[in-house]
Design a protein around this ligand. Structure first.
Ligand code: BTN
Length: 251
């Protein structure tokens, strides 16, 4: 079943906006948030023309092949770090629910299967001066994106590369939103402990901005604690971690 306004109207019991094609679901969700969207409202886009990834990268969302959604959340400012964890845990649960084994979370929030990325998350905090208006939790899931013969072939994977059957994206969307609702209601300590226990990065040798280090731990704010070759222990809040021996960090 294909994604459409009609299908989502039947399936989603929440405010939503659907676009067959748009630049980015996060952009649409941001303006909707500023126009007063309620918490839990979701923007779903079938094809993103300018899908956005972390660190200014782009995110490939061809028509009919992926999930691209942005959920509007309004956490307390002190809890924004948990939103990323909620996103990653929800995708992790979805992947497990449909029978994919061997999923893990690469710090901070990439869900990987067999070391290849199946989902990426871009959570954007929207502030008005010092007041947090809300968070746009953008999630991309590769459902049947064909990465063969692309430069992402070694680093990205789709759900249907793993499971033998075809997935109904509207069904996957509902399952994912259910997981988001339940993790978002969970206690922060449980969110953190579950996220930490699913991280593949801890204990690994990594490159951080080209420098070798070992990933030691994470803080409850989601930062990575690394030990550099010099012996210096540092807290990393953003930045691309490349696990030594892994295939990298493509979509
Ligand atoms: C990453 O670089 O890993 C984050 C990718 C986030 C992609 C999603 S798709 C839905 C939402 N809209 C966007 O433009 N980006 C996010």
């Amino acid at each position: 079943m294909t994604l459409s306004q009609h299908i989502l109207q039947q399936k989603l019991n929440r405010q939503f906006r659907f676009r067959q094609s748009a630049d980015s679901s996060n952009e649409l969700a941001k303006s909707w948030l500023l126009d007063g969207a309620a918490e839990g409202a979701v923007v779903v886009v079938d094809e993103q023309r300018k899908g956005r990834g972390r660190h200014g990268r782009s995110w490939h969302t061809p028509p009919g092949a992926a999930l691209a959604l942005s959920v509007i959340l309004k956490p307390a400012a002190a809890d924004v770090a948990f939103v990323n964890m909620v996103g990653a845990l929800s995708v992790f649960d979805l992947v497990r629910q449909i029978g994919c084994q061997g999923a893990s979370i690469k710090w901070p929030n990439d869900v990987q299967i067999r070391g290849k990325k199946v989902s990426g998350i871009l959570a954007e905090n929207i502030w008005e001066r010092t007041k947090l208006i809300g968070v746009v939790l953008g999630i991309g899931v590769n459902v049947r994106v064909d990465f063969r013969d692309t430069d992402l072939a070694d680093t990205a994977i789709s759900l249907e590369d793993i499971t033998p059957r075809r997935h109904d994206r509207a069904e996957l969307l509902c399952q994912l939103l259910d997981h988001i609702d339940s993790w978002y209601r969970a206690a922060p300590a449980d969110i953190f402990a579950s996220w930490k226990s699913r991280l593949s990065t801890l204990g690994k040798r990594i490159y951080l901005a080209g420098t070798p280090a070992v990933a030691l731990d994470v803080t409850s704010a989601g930062a990575l604690i690394v030990k550099c070759e010099s012996g210096e222990v540092r807290e990393v809040n953003a930045g691309d971690v490349f696990e030594i021996g892994s295939r990298g960090s493509g979509q």
